[in-house]
Design a protein around this ligand. Structure first.
Ligand code: GDP
Ligand code: MN
Length: 382
């Protein structure tokens, strides 16, 4: 779960990293109240869980209340990569002299977290990472306690950072790695890590993401998990299922087992099908649960097709088929539904579904079912 920038900066401050004074605002009154505290020199930003806002015109420097109201009205309601801007943050303006980059992620090859630092921080970091990756240095850190194997100070000095600043950057890196381990993060990024005109090192932006599997250790964030979920995701969660929405897709997936879902996404890619989401039912699907899971999918107006791919073991597929049919007859979706069922009760289940006009992929391999799906989609001109 990604923390909002507002909550992320709160956490950084709590650990001792400098940040601007930050207010979370949603309307004109709150904008006015924030400017009254911060003063006329401020920055307004769209608070959405992805970056690239600077380049999209969603970060603006403001001067005074009138300007703040004008620019906040301009940003609210805009969309950026599928995220509608409803929340803003207003924060004190930093006179930035230089922008550094600092982050920690888990490295799949080194099998440990790595700290990444660059003297070329700011909005162009993606291009730098792509074209001149040597400008971003990577240092392993200990998964046990965040110990940084090679202290960053000497490296920063070698890269031309003045020693007095390098010491401060090193301090921030120690704090960030401690925070990364203690809060079970999978991403901690400060970009830019700003040097201001007084020689202070300040986190001007941050992205902190907590490992969803470790949220149970951080009750202070339970409320945020719920808030982040869409209406459909919450419905799925109540059933013990997990719905993962994906951007710009056509076809919905119902499967039992996240591994199966992931394998299907790979196969979708192979056959040029764009997934709209996948719903991992979780174990033990009953007729009632099948009905409710299908209700979630069949109510989605923008789906162009749905594939149901289930493995029957303790799950009795014929019972599941009754649930699918009940939902189908109630919702009458106007997109094609393709089912592949293997295992316990499959023969009865396939017959029941076919009798109701659902296309059953009578194949053993998931890949063969997806080939059939690809044909159906092609016929519909997608
Ligand atoms: P992102 O583009 O979504 O990563 O948004 P950021 O919060 O990182 O802002 C983008 C850019 O806006 C930064 O790299 C800075 O150049 C600029 N910016 C943001 N806040 C300030 C500020 O307080 N002062 C100055 N001078 N520039 C800022
Ligand atoms: Mn940024």
């Amino acid at each position: 779960m990604r923390l909002s920038e507002y909550k992320g900066k709160q956490l950084l401050r709590q650990y001792g990293i400098l940040t601007p004074k930050t207010f979370h605002v949603r309307n004109t009154d709150e904008v006015k109240a924030a400017i009254n505290v911060i003063g006329d020199n401020a920055v307004i930003k769209a608070m959405i869980p992805i970056g690239g806002r600077g380049k999209a015109g969603l970060v603006k420097i403001i001067n005074g209340i009138e300007d703040a109201i004008l620019k906040s009205n301009d940003i609210i309601g805009k969309e950026h990569s599928g995220h509608l801007v409803k929340d803003l943050i207003i924060e004190s303006f930093i006179s930035i002299e230089h922008e550094y980059y600092l982050s920690i992620i888990h490295d799949d090859i080194l099998h440990c977290p790595v700290l990444m630092f660059s003297i070329d921080g700011g909005v162009d970091i993606e291009e730098i990472a792509m074209n001149t990756p040597e400008r971003i240095i990577k240092i392993p850190i200990s998964i046990m306690d965040g110990y940084i194997v090679t202290p960053i100070k000497e490296i920063a000095i070698m890269k031309g950072v003045p020693a007095s600043i390098a010491i401060k950057i090193e301090k921030v890196s120690w704090i960030l790695s401690k925070l990364f381990i203690e809060k079970d993060l999978i991403l901690a990024e400060i970009n830019p890590l700003a040097l201001d005109n007084k020689g202070q090192i300040i986190a001007a932006d941050c992205k902190l993401e907590i490992d969803d599997s470790a949220i149970f250790r951080h009750p202070e964030y339970f409320g945020d998990v719920e808030k982040e979920l869409s209406f459909e995701e919450k419905r799925a969660k109540k059933l013990g299922s997990t719905l993962i929405p994906l951007e710009d897709g056509d076809v919905g997936i119902i499967c039992n087992g996240a591994g199966m879902g992931m394998a299907m996404l790979d196969l979708f890619k192979k056959y040029n099908i764009r997934p709209a989401n996948f719903l991992d039912s979780g174990g033990g699907i009953t007729k009632e649960k099948a009905r409710k899971i299908c209700d979630i999918m069949f109510e989605m107006k923008d789906l162009k097709a749905l594939i149901i791919n289930l493995w029957g073991s303790i799950t009795l597929l014929d019972k599941v088929a009754f649930g699918i049919i009940e939902s189908l007859e109630f919702n009458k979706p106007d997109f094609p539904v393709i089912a592949r069922l293997q295992g316990n009760g499959m023969e009865e289940a396939m017959k029941l579904l076919e009798d109701k006009g659902i296309q059953v992929a009578r194949v053993t391999d998931t890949e063969d079912a997806i080939k059939i799906l690809a044909q159906v989609i092609k016929k519909r001109g997608l």
